[in-house]
Design a binder for this molecule. Structure first.
Ligand SMILES: [Mg+2]
Length: 273
């Protein structure tokens, strides 16, 4: 079978941030600089895809030199479009209103970021107070702590579901949104960029849809979390795992992928590999 000729200029990379492009502890991406520069040289757009808010991601996006490339924020519930003053928080306000009309016996067990001060968010996330204030600047989703039992949680989730709201458990928080995932945004962005092939990198359960939806997926090793269960694409070799954690693993995986694109571009067939 001859592989389709793939043009690097029509490829796109989607990446999670924490524990993937950014080191779990230091938040540094230094180890990924060679691959970041190679992407830039090849004209391949890098799309950040994070649970962070637009307010949280803006500085990092600029530091990475991503210019006009959009980013997926709040786990796919929203998009960050650089240069566009987007302060539309209608979805977030709808979520907060939906919480307020829940029966008190359900509502009382959920404490969202909107119920907390920046001090409290800083305390439970380990973020600085300024960073916590940016994390509270939400437009599309509401993370919070659940303090009730499993049966009450089920009733809480069902009551929100009746209003079109999805609740998703990720790490420490239960996050409410109108249901989009990182993967839902990928197709939208790939189309907008005119991309015909994609690479996605991530390390956690909230990256799984994105890894499965991309043409090539890379699970970046994270020594601070339980490993992801085996994904469907792994058997076919479409999804692989890095040996090095965080940005070091990211770097090698992206350079490998770019190398493979070049090979395909020069028209090698699978039998010639
Ligand atoms: Mg992550």
């Amino acid at each position: 079978m001859t592989l389709a000729l793939l043009d690097r200029a029509r490829a796109v990379v989607f990446t999670d941030l924490d524990g993937t492009l950014l080191d779990h502890e230091s938040y540094s991406w230094d180890a990924a600089v060679p691959a970041l520069e190679a992407l830039k040289a090849a004209g391949v757009p890098l799309v950040l895809a994070s649970s962070k808010t637009a307010a949280e991601i803006a500085d990092l996006h600029a530091d990475l030199g991503l210019a006009e490339i959009p980013a997926i924020v709040e786990n796919g519930a929203g998009l960050f479009r650089p240069g566009e003053e987007e302060d539309d928080d209608n979805a977030y306000r709808s979520l907060r209103r939906a919480l307020e009309v829940l029966p008190k016996e359900l509502r009382v067990f959920f404490r969202g970021f909107g119920d907390m001060s920046a001090f409290e968010v800083a305390d439970i996330t380990g973020l600085s107070r300024d960073a916590a204030a940016l994390a509270r600047t939400r437009q599309h989703s509401e993370p919070g702590l659940w303090a009730g039992d499993a049966a009450t949680l089920e009733a809480f989730v069902a009551a929100l579901g009746a209003q079109g709201i999805a609740a998703r458990r990720g790490g420490r928080f239960l996050t409410l949104s109108f249901g989009a995932t990182k993967a839902d945004r990928m197709a939208e962005i790939a189309t907008a960029l005119g991309a015909t092939t994609s690479l996605a990198l991530g390390d956690a359960p909230n990256d799984v849809e994105m890894l499965e939806a991309a043409d090539t997926g890379v699970i970046v090793k994270n020594d601070h979390a339980p490993p992801l269960p085996r994904l469907t694409g792994e058997d076919a070799g479409r999804i692989t795992r890095t040996e090095a954690p965080g940005p070091a693993g990211w770097n090698l995986a992206v350079l490998d992928w770019l190398g493979a694109l070049d090979q395909n571009r020069f028209g090698l067939t699978q039998s010639e590999h």
